[in-house]
Design a protein around this ligand. Structure first.
Ligand code: SF4
Length: 145
């Protein structure tokens, strides 16, 4: 663990980020947004839906949980001019753009930064905070998939 924190990264000075709620990451290229059983219960409650009908309408089975359905153009089923489940969105969405696959190289990060207008704005995420998010996400994936 210390090894992870003690080495140098391109984000040693931290990265500013604040979601602009533009929805660009909720549309476009198809992708998989994983939803755990716990998240299902939370989101269904938030939308005041029965869990079974919520699953049938919005989700598809995936691994040991579910994935969110997408429209033919790649738009997330929960995106209707804005994310309609934003306060209870799945962890995968809540931790974007600080995903291991995005942060693993400056080149990858530049590509993400080109598409996400929230990067470079808002509060500073320190190197430690970013690594903590990534680490907890890896643990979460191991536990839930
Ligand atoms: S692309 Fe970036 S700014 Fe836009 S909704 Fe996604 S995270 Fe927020």
């Amino acid at each position: 663990m210390n090894k992870l924190y003690n080495r140098s990264y391109f984000f040693d000075q931290g990265i500013h980020f604040e979601c602009q709620l533009c929805g660009l990451c909720c549309m476009g290229e198809p992708g998989i947004v994983y939803v755990t059983e716990n998240e299902v219960a939370k989101i269904a409650k938030y939308l005041s839906k029965q869990v079974s009908s919520f699953i049938e309408t919005y989700l598809l089975p995936f691994k040991v949980g579910y994935r969110i359905k997408e429209h033919a153009d790649g738009r997330c089923f929960f995106y209707k001019n804005e994310c309609v489940i934003y306060p209870v969105r799945p962890r995968q969405c809540a931790t974007f753009p600080f995903w291991f696959e995005n942060i693993r190289s400056p080149k990858k990060w530049r590509r993400v930064a080109d598409e996400c207008p929230g990067i470079g704005r808002g509060p500073l995420y320190s190197k430690e905070k970013i690594l903590k998010i990534i680490n907890s996400t890896i643990e979460y994936v191991v536990k839930n998939t």
